[in-house]
Ligand binder design. Structure first.
Ligand SMILES: Nc1ncnc2c1ncn2[C@@H]1O[C@H](COP(=O)(O)OP(=O)(O)O)[C@@H](O)[C@H]1O
Ligand SMILES: [Mg+2]
Length: 274
């Protein structure tokens, strides 16, 4: 099982949008996927078409007693499934561990292993998934660190702006320190740039600056500023099932992004056991 956390120091840079894009790419590729919404705002849960009053515990409740919950039993199927039936595609399993404001009780940063390993412990019951995507809150708080401790890859999201570049550098520094001590499973940490406008001179400058600063940790795939993004998200629809050239191009971008983070050659956990 590969666990990818999507995080950033700042809000509004596109963590949730990138999580939904990666979920859509995994769904279209037939990868058995669990999305965990760790942001107390729970936007990912909404974007995946989940009603907040569905049965099953939310992730905040599960994290309180991780040994007493089976995450696969409480995860709910994404509301994207009907989209598949309409266009005839056969998507993979896409389940969601619902977000809720209860997660905010884990915001305080702790260095106690028991606290940091709450999500790792819960993921011991996520055996049936090959990929877990974790949308983090916009802070390097206890929740984000809990996600990092459970991750095999961390994807930082940045915008091509001065403050976002500086924030990403600080986040990489914090992540590297954390990895040494607390995140033994973490193999990959990379940054993706979102909302890129190819014609912008400022964006070109910031991208070359990031290439200098982050080297090959800066992913080649960049996510462009996309005009009908909010329409798609508002409809809680996967980008891979949205009509039109713009959505088609965005879907290919997320396919490439997923390819650079998810090792499809790694045998599924179930297969390795047998
Ligand atoms: N590439 C993009 N093109 C256009 N709009 C975007 C793009 N990425 C994000 N947005 C919009 O920006 C806003 C903030 O994005 P969001 O994914 O919610 O950020 P975060 O989760 O980091 O707070 C949302 O309204 C979203 O639709
Ligand atoms: Mg968000």
């Amino acid at each position: 099982m590969q666990v990818i956390s999507i995080s950033s120091l700042k809000g509004g840079v596109g963590k949730t949008s990138i999580t939904l894009g990666l979920a859509s790419a995994a769904w279209a590729a037939g990868i058995s996927t669990l999305v965990i919404d760790l942001d107390p705002h729970a936007d990912t849960t909404t974007g995946l078409g989940i009603k907040h009053d569905q049965p099953g515990s939310d992730i905040g409740t599960m994290l309180r007693k991780p040994k007493h919950h089976n995450i696969a039993e409480h995860a709910v199927p994404s509301g994207w499934v009907p989209a598949a039936h309409q266009d005839g595609t056969r998507p993979g399993t896409l389940h969601v561990a619902r977000g809720s404001a209860k997660t905010s009780m884990f915001e305080k940063v702790s260095t106690r292993r028991r606290e940091l390993n709450r999500l790792s412990t819960l993921l011991d019951t996520a055996d049936e998934y090959d990929l877990v995507l974790v949308d983090c809150p916009p802070a390097l708080n206890g929740i984000t660190r809990m996600a990092w401790a459970a991750s095999t890859a961390v994807l930082l999201v940045a915008e091509p702006s001065l403050f976002s570049v500086a924030g990403t550098e600080r986040t990489f520094r914090a992540l590297d320190l954390f990895q040494r001590e607390y995140a033994p499973k973490l193999k990959t940490s990379a940054v993706v740039v979102n909302r890129v406008r190819a014609a912008s001179t400022e964006h070109k400058y910031r991208l070359s600056e990031m290439r200098r600063m982050f080297g090959n940790r800066l992913l080649d795939t960049q996510v462009p500023e996309t005009s009908n993004w909010q329409q798609m998200q508002g409809a809680a629809w996967p980008v891979h099932a949205w009509p039109g050239d713009t959505a088609h191009t965005a879907a290919r971008t997320f396919d490439h992004l997923l390819e650079s983070l998810y090792d499809a050659k790694q045998p599924p956990r179930r297969a390795r056991r047998s």
